[in-house]
Write a protein that binds this ligand. Sequence first.
Ligand code: GCO
Ligand code: MN
Ligand code: MN
Length: 468
Amino acid sequence: MLDLLAQPGIQSHDQWQVQIQAQTQQRADVYVFAVGLCDEEIRSALFTPVRDLPHSLLTIPILAKPDQRVDLPNNKEIPMTDYSPKPEHKFTFGLWTVGSRGADPFGSATREYRTPAELVYLLGEVGAYGVNFHDNDLIPIDATPAEAEDIKKEFRKALTDTGLVVPMATTNLFSDPIFKDGAFTSNDPRVRVYALQKMMNAIDLGVEFGAKIYVFWGGREGTETDSSKSAIESIKRSREALNFLCDYTLEKRYDLKFALEAKPNEPRADIYNPTTGHMLAFISTLDHPEMVGVNPEVAHEHMVGINFMHGVAQAWEAGKLFHIDLNDQYPGRYDQDLRFGSRDIKAAFFLVKFLEDVGYTGSRHFDAHAYRTEDFDGVKDFARGCMRTYLILKEKAAQFNADKEIQSLLAEIHADDGKMNPYFGAYTPQKAALLKAHVFDRSAIARRGLRYERLDQLTIDLLLGVRG
Ligand code: GCO
Ligand code: MN
Ligand code: MN
């Protein structure tokens, strides 16, 4: 190309951008700062990637010459930190999330169909670590064995090309009309055993692609009218099905754990085991509780207005946080599946802070979809936004932990002079007798201000970016 350009009067059609780039780069190094492009992509276009813009501006040689001017975008738009996703962040998306075509109960699809392989390439482009699927996201329910093989081949190639992995798989027990009254809790015994058969095949498929977590979401395990089903019988049927599938997995020697996902309603009017807390109680009644945990979802608990992070903490403390579905949701509304952190930033902050502080190492799975208004560029904006917000909040959490004023306030709030220690811990009759004799100055204790207003405002200042 450079030799060609050196010839006098050179004119070659359809190459002008390449020629301009070549001519520019004969005289200058070109540094590119881009959110959403990885270093390798920038290098493959023969540019030099720049990640930390303010720092690089001091070190790039051009600035050594005082007469040179550097055009910078508005400083405020320059992120000080690199918020681009990396494999160690474990960001995953479902085929059904970026593949959502925007249909809702009032309108049909607004985006065209993309094959599973095409969606994997899209996820590779935005920097995701993994992709998860329902059996029928990958293989349509009526596909012939030959069709299934072709789809799997193409999907596998996309995984190899992009380096994406499949950490989780799940079963669609809700779309086909056969599941109109549920799967494991259907009143029709044929449906209940068909669901078991479909589950075993779907588990095989997930394991074939390397899944280590298997999610169970019983979207149709519920009722519109409680005249139709016994709530007790439904719990017993669910338990029997899960016990059967645990034994199937053990017999096959699969390295697989189950994660149960609760949702209070939608698509059924009411769904059994409606919250993460219900699921945790249910798990303790199974034959193999050690291989079953939960997959809590932000939107599912926000729909009913409860504190999601508290449920996650309870699951974590019980050793049951096997997976997590991140998205957002206004309380008291239909299932919105909004981009992570786009509705309740404060709740998202405390959730991210929790996951990072305790050292959760599982997938950060985004179970959400782009607005119906979007084309596939908008789908990429949506996916990038989920990951970017997570990383910004992760940085804010580190800032919170390092903030001197916040930390000294917390030290004051949590101060303990140890005087009550003799009364804590296990019960003994002596301790009980001693405690009964202790006199408390209730009004003195109650008079102490706890300084939570100040602490919360510092948190808000930090989140709004006016602190440090
Ligand atoms: C929903 C659920 C689902 C499940 C998925 C995995 O509200 O529709 O969140 O998206 O997470 O079926 O089992
Ligand atoms: Mn959901
Ligand atoms: Mn979900």
